[in-house]
Design a protein around this ligand. Structure first.
Ligand SMILES: [Zn+2]
Length: 228
């Protein structure tokens, strides 16, 4: 017994259906946003359509979590540090103000784009660390670039820093704040008053920047990049 191989559309959602002897109908959402429905073999598609409609709020949330926003077609440009970068089609490479990824499925192209943006993030973070570290009496620490959705950056006990490439989707001020924040942890490994006072010496308006970063993370333009 297996799910229908090609999805059927119910209430506007692609669904794969498995009919068995089970009495109840169960529903889950696949990572690509398809609904997987197990139900009794006597239940008709019309009945299932009503079932789907009745659970639409839950379905919408589950699909958002599954990252189906990412199925949206790739735009022609991506804003990095506030500047529009052109997205071209061709072999994987980049130049000043443009990124080039091979033709193909949107999801694959987005992943390749992220690889290029990660390289740029590494360069920008290197530059900003080199600028701010001496101002705090520090050497430039080792750092890496990650893909976290929940953390912009972090500072490890061993003194290594980590930054999410997604900071580039915001602006120069946000990047500077993040770099300073993590560098300050090398002096104060906590969020004490002393830590924030240190941050404030280099980023006087850090509170505003931090608030804007929180809001930006919830915007649709940002959410599209959540799974990557
Ligand atoms: Zn912190």
């Amino acid at each position: 017994m297996s799910y229908s191989s090609s999805p059927v559309m119910l209430a506007g959602y692609p669904c794969r259906i498995l009919r068995t002897s089970q009495k109840s109908t169960t529903l889950r959402v696949d990572s690509d946003g398809t609904l997987r429905i197990r139900t009794n073999r006597r239940i008709s598609n019309q009945q299932l359509e009503r079932f789907v409609r009745a659970h639409e709020d839950w379905i919408r949330q589950a699909r958002e979590k599954a990252g189906t926003a990412a199925q949206q077609p790739l735009e022609n440009t991506i804003r990095l540090l506030g500047e529009p970068w052109e997205i071209r089609t061709g072999s994987l490479c980049r130049g000043e103000g443009w990124l080039q990824v091979p033709a193909g499925e949107e999801d694959v192209r987005r992943r390749q784009l992220v690889l290029l943006v990660q390289e740029i993030t590494r360069e920008k973070c290197q530059q900003r660390l080199a600028y701010f570290a001496p101002l705090l009496g520090l050497a430039v620490p080792p750092f890496s670039i990650g893909r976290s959705n929940s953390q912009w950056g972090c500072c490890r006990k061993n003194g290594a820093l980590r930054f999410s490439w997604k900071i580039l989707l915001l602006g120069e001020r946000e990047l500077d704040y993040l770099v300073v924040h993590e560098l300050c942890h090398l002096r104060e490994f906590n969020h004490s008053a002393r830590f924030w006072a240190l941050v404030e010496t280099l980023i006087p308006d850090w509170k505003t920047v931090a608030q804007q970063m929180k809001e930006a993370a919830l915007s649709p333009a940002f959410q599209v990049w959540r799974p990557y």
